[in-house]
Design a protein around this ligand. Structure first.
Ligand SMILES: [Zn+2]
Length: 236
């Protein structure tokens, strides 16, 4: 082994002993090539495989409300499940790398589709600036970063702006959620490519009210098409 390689191995070994990186699922130490989840927890993620079916549950939930080309969700989201834990750590524990990790995993699925090749820009659903200041970042941006890097598609973080601070959606029913976010977004076409086919990215699809309002703002731009990918699909 060459000396620099040996030194790198020793340094890695020492830091791993002092600060072992643990799997977010089972809390066992991660192997060097593993990130966030060990291989068995990664395999246990409840993947939907929706990207293989145009008439999937995520697409049907948005049908008639979002003028999408394709819509998909990476995993099923359930209360107390592994995905809820990961998204909670991403949103409230500052673990941005969980966002890029989930974005990368979802993007690996998207690579298997034919329609992904037509996407020319990725747009994350924004938080209201006040909320983003409080949290320090927007979790959907970190998911979108992971996707953009793997798919080699540019990210347009400023394409959507949340103009109205909306109340939390968690305690609201479907009608209340739609009313709550209607008109809450504004699109900026200047940062998008001409004839954009946007991949609109969010963390969880529940009623679809947020995605409906965000895509309505995007679709005010002429010749723009939208596809949607979220990390989780929640029941409601
Ligand atoms: Zn694990």
């Amino acid at each position: 082994m060459a000396f620099p390689t040996l030194l790198r191995e020793l340094t890695y070994g020492a830091s791993h002993l002092l600060f072992p990186r643990l799997c977010e699922g089972c809390r066992e130490p991660l192997l060097r090539q593993e990130e966030v989840l060990c291989l068995s927890c990664l395999a246990a993620l409840p993947r939907t495989r929706f990207h293989h079916r145009a008439d999937n549950e995520a697409a049907l939930r948005l049908a008639g409300r979002v003028a999408y080309e394709q819509a998909t969700a990476f995993c099923y989201f359930s209360n107390g499940g592994l995905l809820q834990h990961l998204l909670h750590r991403l949103k409230y524990a500052g673990r941005k790398n969980i966002g890029t990790y989930l974005g990368t995993q979802a993007a690996l699925d998207l690579l298997e589709t034919t329609w992904m090749g037509d996407i020319n820009v990725i747009v994350p659903v924004p938080l209201h600036p006040k909320k983003e200041r409080l949290r320090g970042y927007n979790q959907s941006v970190w998911i979108a970063k992971g996707m953009a890097r793997l798919l080699q598609v540019p990210l347009a973080e400023k394409a959507l702006r949340r103009t109205r601070h909306t109340e939390s959606q968690t305690q609201k029913n479907r009608e209340e959620r739609i009313h709550n976010v209607r008109g809450a977004f504004e699109a900026n076409g200047a940062v998008l490519p001409p004839e954009a086919h946007v991949l609109l990215v969010d963390d969880v699809l529940t009623t679809g009210a947020t995605l409906e309002a965000a895509s309505a703002a995007l679709c005010s731009i002429s010749h723009l098409r939208v596809s949607v990918c979220t990390i989780g699909l929640a029941g409601f």
